[in-house]
Design a protein around this ligand. Sequence first.
Ligand SMILES: NC(=O)c1ccc[n+]([C@@H]2O[C@H](COP(=O)([O-])OP(=O)(O)OC[C@H]3O[C@@H](n4cnc5c(N)ncnc54)[C@H](OP(=O)(O)O)[C@@H]3O)[C@@H](O)[C@H]2O)c1
Length: 232
Amino acid sequence: MQTSHYTIITGVSKGIGLATAQLLNEKGYTVAGWGRNAPAYTHPNFHFFSCDVSKLEQVNAAMEQTRKKLGEAVFGLINNAGFGHFGKLEDLPIEKWHAMFDTNVHGLMYCSRAVVPLLKAQQAGHIINISSIAGLNGIVQGSGYSATKFAVRGISHSLYAELREDGIKVSCVYPGSVATNFFDEVEGVTTNPNMLQPQDVALLLLQLLESSPNFLTVDVEIRPLQPKGKKS
Ligand SMILES: NC(=O)c1ccc[n+]([C@@H]2O[C@H](COP(=O)([O-])OP(=O)(O)OC[C@H]3O[C@@H](n4cnc5c(N)ncnc54)[C@H](OP(=O)(O)O)[C@@H]3O)[C@@H](O)[C@H]2O)c1
Protein backbone atom coordinates (compact mmCIF):
# COMPACT_ATOMS: atom_id res chain seq x y z
CA MET A 1 0.00 0.00 0.00
CA GLN A 2 1.36 3.43 -0.91
CA THR A 3 0.77 6.56 1.18
CA SER A 4 -0.55 8.26 -2.00
CA HIS A 5 -3.55 5.92 -1.79
CA TYR A 6 -6.40 6.00 0.72
CA THR A 7 -8.39 3.39 2.60
CA ILE A 8 -12.13 3.42 3.25
CA ILE A 9 -13.17 2.10 6.66
CA THR A 10 -16.85 1.62 7.50
CA GLY A 11 -18.12 2.09 11.06
CA VAL A 12 -15.51 4.53 12.41
CA SER A 13 -17.31 6.09 15.39
CA LYS A 14 -15.73 3.64 17.88
CA GLY A 15 -14.25 0.18 18.38
CA ILE A 16 -12.21 -1.64 15.74
CA GLY A 17 -13.03 0.88 12.99
CA LEU A 18 -11.86 3.89 14.97
CA ALA A 19 -8.72 2.14 16.27
CA THR A 20 -7.82 1.17 12.69
CA ALA A 21 -8.38 4.69 11.34
CA GLN A 22 -6.12 6.07 14.09
CA LEU A 23 -3.36 3.53 13.45
CA LEU A 24 -3.42 4.06 9.68
CA ASN A 25 -3.20 7.84 10.18
CA GLU A 26 -0.33 7.37 12.63
CA LYS A 27 1.53 5.38 9.95
CA GLY A 28 1.03 8.13 7.36
CA TYR A 29 -1.98 6.74 5.47
CA THR A 30 -5.11 8.62 4.49
CA VAL A 31 -8.47 7.30 5.68
CA ALA A 32 -12.00 7.90 4.42
CA GLY A 33 -14.25 6.98 7.34
CA TRP A 34 -17.81 6.09 6.41
CA GLY A 35 -20.33 5.92 9.24
CA ARG A 36 -23.66 6.94 10.73
CA ASN A 37 -21.87 8.88 13.49
CA ALA A 38 -18.60 10.79 13.29
CA PRO A 39 -15.99 9.90 15.90
CA ALA A 40 -14.66 12.40 18.42
CA TYR A 41 -11.37 12.22 16.52
CA THR A 42 -9.69 14.55 14.10
CA HIS A 43 -6.53 14.21 12.02
CA PRO A 44 -5.46 16.01 8.84
CA ASN A 45 -5.55 12.67 6.97
CA PHE A 46 -8.88 11.50 8.38
CA HIS A 47 -11.96 12.40 6.32
CA PHE A 48 -15.41 11.51 7.59
CA PHE A 49 -18.33 10.87 5.22
CA SER A 50 -21.77 10.39 6.68
CA CYS A 51 -23.18 7.03 5.57
CA ASP A 52 -25.53 4.38 6.87
CA VAL A 53 -24.12 1.39 4.99
CA SER A 54 -27.49 -0.38 5.03
CA LYS A 55 -28.82 2.27 2.62
CA LEU A 56 -27.66 1.80 -0.97
CA GLU A 57 -28.23 5.45 -1.95
CA GLN A 58 -26.15 6.65 1.04
CA VAL A 59 -23.29 4.30 0.12
CA ASN A 60 -23.27 5.52 -3.47
CA ALA A 61 -23.39 9.15 -2.29
CA ALA A 62 -20.48 8.52 0.12
CA MET A 63 -18.44 7.00 -2.72
CA GLU A 64 -19.18 10.02 -4.90
CA GLN A 65 -18.21 12.50 -2.16
CA THR A 66 -15.08 10.51 -1.34
CA ARG A 67 -13.99 10.52 -5.01
CA LYS A 68 -14.59 14.27 -5.21
CA LYS A 69 -12.49 14.94 -2.12
CA LEU A 70 -9.78 12.25 -2.28
CA GLY A 71 -9.75 11.17 -5.93
CA GLU A 72 -9.68 7.74 -7.56
CA ALA A 73 -6.66 6.28 -5.76
CA VAL A 74 -8.48 4.08 -3.26
CA PHE A 75 -6.46 1.05 -2.19
CA GLY A 76 -8.24 -0.47 0.79
CA LEU A 77 -11.83 -1.07 1.85
CA ILE A 78 -12.32 -2.39 5.36
CA ASN A 79 -15.91 -3.58 5.71
CA ASN A 80 -16.13 -3.24 9.47
CA ALA A 81 -19.56 -1.70 10.24
CA GLY A 82 -21.72 -4.26 11.99
CA PHE A 83 -23.59 -5.27 15.12
CA GLY A 84 -25.29 -8.20 16.76
CA HIS A 85 -28.71 -8.78 18.27
CA PHE A 86 -28.96 -11.89 20.36
CA GLY A 87 -31.83 -14.02 21.60
CA LYS A 88 -33.53 -17.33 20.97
CA LEU A 89 -34.64 -17.79 17.37
CA GLU A 90 -38.31 -17.80 18.33
CA ASP A 91 -37.94 -14.68 20.50
CA LEU A 92 -35.71 -12.40 18.43
CA PRO A 93 -37.90 -9.71 16.84
CA ILE A 94 -38.02 -10.14 13.06
CA GLU A 95 -36.99 -6.47 12.55
CA LYS A 96 -33.76 -7.12 14.47
CA TRP A 97 -32.98 -10.12 12.25
CA HIS A 98 -33.53 -8.00 9.14
CA ALA A 99 -31.55 -5.05 10.54
CA MET A 100 -28.49 -7.26 11.07
CA PHE A 101 -28.66 -8.56 7.50
CA ASP A 102 -29.22 -5.02 6.15
CA THR A 103 -25.97 -3.77 7.70
CA ASN A 104 -23.70 -6.81 8.13
CA VAL A 105 -24.45 -8.41 4.76
CA HIS A 106 -26.22 -6.01 2.38
CA GLY A 107 -24.21 -3.03 3.60
CA LEU A 108 -20.96 -4.90 3.04
CA MET A 109 -22.12 -5.82 -0.46
CA TYR A 110 -23.16 -2.21 -1.30
CA CYS A 111 -19.76 -0.86 -0.18
CA SER A 112 -17.86 -3.54 -2.09
CA ARG A 113 -19.90 -2.89 -5.27
CA ALA A 114 -19.13 0.82 -4.99
CA VAL A 115 -15.38 0.27 -4.68
CA VAL A 116 -14.64 -2.70 -6.95
CA PRO A 117 -14.80 -0.72 -10.26
CA LEU A 118 -12.14 1.71 -8.95
CA LEU A 119 -9.91 -1.16 -7.81
CA LYS A 120 -10.35 -2.93 -11.15
CA ALA A 121 -9.36 0.23 -13.00
CA GLN A 122 -6.09 0.22 -11.01
CA GLN A 123 -5.69 -3.58 -11.10
CA ALA A 124 -4.80 -3.32 -7.40
CA GLY A 125 -6.42 -3.00 -4.01
CA HIS A 126 -7.52 -4.88 -0.96
CA ILE A 127 -10.97 -5.54 0.51
CA ILE A 128 -10.92 -6.77 4.11
CA ASN A 129 -14.17 -8.07 5.54
CA ILE A 130 -14.74 -8.37 9.29
CA SER A 131 -16.61 -11.58 10.01
CA SER A 132 -16.43 -13.22 13.46
CA ILE A 133 -15.78 -16.61 14.98
CA ALA A 134 -19.61 -16.65 14.85
CA GLY A 135 -18.99 -16.87 11.09
CA LEU A 136 -17.20 -20.18 11.62
CA ASN A 137 -19.33 -21.75 14.37
CA GLY A 138 -22.93 -21.39 15.41
CA ILE A 139 -23.57 -19.82 18.81
CA VAL A 140 -26.46 -20.25 21.23
CA GLN A 141 -28.89 -17.30 20.93
CA GLY A 142 -26.86 -15.99 18.02
CA SER A 143 -28.50 -17.63 15.01
CA GLY A 144 -29.18 -14.34 13.22
CA TYR A 145 -25.80 -12.76 13.93
CA SER A 146 -24.01 -15.99 13.09
CA ALA A 147 -25.94 -16.27 9.82
CA THR A 148 -24.82 -12.78 8.80
CA LYS A 149 -21.18 -13.59 9.59
CA PHE A 150 -21.33 -16.93 7.72
CA ALA A 151 -22.65 -14.86 4.80
CA VAL A 152 -19.65 -12.52 5.08
CA ARG A 153 -17.41 -15.56 4.78
CA GLY A 154 -19.27 -16.76 1.67
CA ILE A 155 -19.10 -13.35 0.02
CA SER A 156 -15.39 -13.03 0.88
CA HIS A 157 -14.43 -16.41 -0.55
CA SER A 158 -16.45 -15.86 -3.72
CA LEU A 159 -15.08 -12.36 -4.23
CA TYR A 160 -11.51 -13.48 -3.60
CA ALA A 161 -11.84 -15.99 -6.44
CA GLU A 162 -13.60 -13.43 -8.64
CA LEU A 163 -11.03 -10.64 -8.19
CA ARG A 164 -7.78 -12.56 -7.84
CA GLU A 165 -6.83 -12.29 -11.53
CA ASP A 166 -7.42 -8.51 -11.37
CA GLY A 167 -4.67 -8.16 -8.78
CA ILE A 168 -7.21 -7.35 -6.06
CA LYS A 169 -7.01 -9.05 -2.68
CA VAL A 170 -9.98 -10.05 -0.55
CA SER A 171 -9.36 -11.17 3.02
CA CYS A 172 -11.78 -12.24 5.73
CA VAL A 173 -11.00 -11.78 9.43
CA TYR A 174 -12.74 -13.82 12.15
CA PRO A 175 -12.22 -12.20 15.57
CA GLY A 176 -13.11 -13.76 18.89
CA SER A 177 -14.38 -11.35 21.55
CA VAL A 178 -12.95 -7.84 21.23
CA ALA A 179 -13.29 -5.28 24.07
CA THR A 180 -15.55 -2.73 22.34
CA ASN A 181 -19.03 -1.23 22.63
CA PHE A 182 -20.30 -4.23 20.64
CA PHE A 183 -21.28 -5.83 23.96
CA ASP A 184 -23.24 -2.82 25.28
CA GLU A 185 -26.48 -4.43 24.20
CA VAL A 186 -25.50 -8.05 24.79
CA GLU A 187 -27.09 -9.28 27.97
CA GLY A 188 -24.76 -11.09 30.39
CA VAL A 189 -21.48 -10.09 28.70
CA THR A 190 -19.29 -7.23 29.82
CA THR A 191 -15.96 -6.36 28.26
CA ASN A 192 -12.82 -7.32 30.15
CA PRO A 193 -9.05 -6.95 29.65
CA ASN A 194 -8.68 -10.63 28.67
CA MET A 195 -10.59 -9.98 25.45
CA LEU A 196 -8.78 -8.98 22.26
CA GLN A 197 -8.08 -5.24 22.17
CA PRO A 198 -9.26 -3.14 19.20
CA GLN A 199 -5.74 -1.69 18.79
CA ASP A 200 -4.35 -5.22 18.29
CA VAL A 201 -6.98 -5.99 15.67
CA ALA A 202 -6.06 -2.69 13.99
CA LEU A 203 -2.42 -3.79 13.84
CA LEU A 204 -3.42 -7.02 12.09
CA LEU A 205 -5.47 -5.06 9.55
CA LEU A 206 -2.51 -2.74 8.88
CA GLN A 207 -0.23 -5.75 8.35
CA LEU A 208 -2.70 -7.25 5.87
CA LEU A 209 -2.87 -3.96 3.94
CA GLU A 210 0.93 -3.67 3.89
CA SER A 211 1.58 -7.23 2.68
CA SER A 212 3.50 -7.69 -0.60
CA PRO A 213 1.43 -7.27 -3.79
CA ASN A 214 1.58 -10.98 -4.64
CA PHE A 215 0.85 -12.15 -1.07
CA LEU A 216 -2.80 -12.84 -0.31
CA THR A 217 -4.10 -13.86 3.11
CA VAL A 218 -7.55 -15.34 2.53
CA ASP A 219 -8.69 -16.03 6.11
CA VAL A 220 -7.46 -14.97 9.54
CA GLU A 221 -8.97 -16.38 12.75
CA ILE A 222 -7.93 -14.42 15.84
CA ARG A 223 -8.61 -15.19 19.49
CA PRO A 224 -7.36 -14.02 22.88
CA LEU A 225 -4.70 -16.31 24.33
CA GLN A 226 -5.98 -16.69 27.90
CA PRO A 227 -9.65 -15.64 27.71
CA LYS A 228 -10.25 -16.37 31.39
CA GLY A 229 -7.04 -14.62 32.51
CA LYS A 230 -3.67 -15.99 33.61
CA LYS A 231 -3.64 -19.17 35.73
CA SER A 232 -3.21 -18.24 39.39
N1 LIG B 1 -16.42 -6.90 19.48
C1 LIG B 1 -16.39 -8.17 19.17
O1 LIG B 1 -16.26 -9.05 20.04
C2 LIG B 1 -16.43 -8.61 17.73
C3 LIG B 1 -16.08 -9.94 17.45
C4 LIG B 1 -16.11 -10.37 16.13
C5 LIG B 1 -16.51 -9.51 15.13
N2 LIG B 1 -16.87 -8.23 15.44
C6 LIG B 1 -17.27 -7.36 14.34
O2 LIG B 1 -16.40 -6.26 14.30
C7 LIG B 1 -17.06 -5.16 13.66
C8 LIG B 1 -16.83 -3.89 14.48
O3 LIG B 1 -17.44 -4.05 15.73
P1 LIG B 1 -16.86 -3.44 17.09
O4 LIG B 1 -16.52 -4.58 17.96
O5 LIG B 1 -15.83 -2.43 16.80
O6 LIG B 1 -18.20 -2.80 17.67
P2 LIG B 1 -18.63 -1.29 18.00
O7 LIG B 1 -17.64 -0.68 18.92
O8 LIG B 1 -20.05 -1.38 18.42
O9 LIG B 1 -18.51 -0.53 16.60
C9 LIG B 1 -19.39 -0.84 15.53
C10 LIG B 1 -19.28 0.25 14.49
O10 LIG B 1 -20.15 -0.06 13.38
C11 LIG B 1 -20.92 1.10 13.09
N3 LIG B 1 -22.17 0.76 12.42
C12 LIG B 1 -23.13 -0.11 12.82
N4 LIG B 1 -24.13 -0.14 11.92
C13 LIG B 1 -23.80 0.74 10.94
C14 LIG B 1 -24.42 1.17 9.75
N5 LIG B 1 -25.60 0.68 9.36
N6 LIG B 1 -23.80 2.09 8.97
C15 LIG B 1 -22.60 2.59 9.35
N7 LIG B 1 -21.96 2.24 10.46
C16 LIG B 1 -22.56 1.33 11.27
C17 LIG B 1 -21.14 1.76 14.45
O11 LIG B 1 -21.49 3.11 14.27
P3 LIG B 1 -22.68 3.89 15.05
O12 LIG B 1 -21.98 4.93 15.85
O13 LIG B 1 -23.49 4.45 13.95
O14 LIG B 1 -23.43 2.87 15.87
C18 LIG B 1 -19.73 1.60 15.03
O15 LIG B 1 -18.88 2.61 14.55
C19 LIG B 1 -18.52 -5.57 13.50
O16 LIG B 1 -18.73 -6.00 12.17
C20 LIG B 1 -18.65 -6.73 14.46
O17 LIG B 1 -19.67 -7.62 14.07
C21 LIG B 1 -16.82 -7.75 16.72
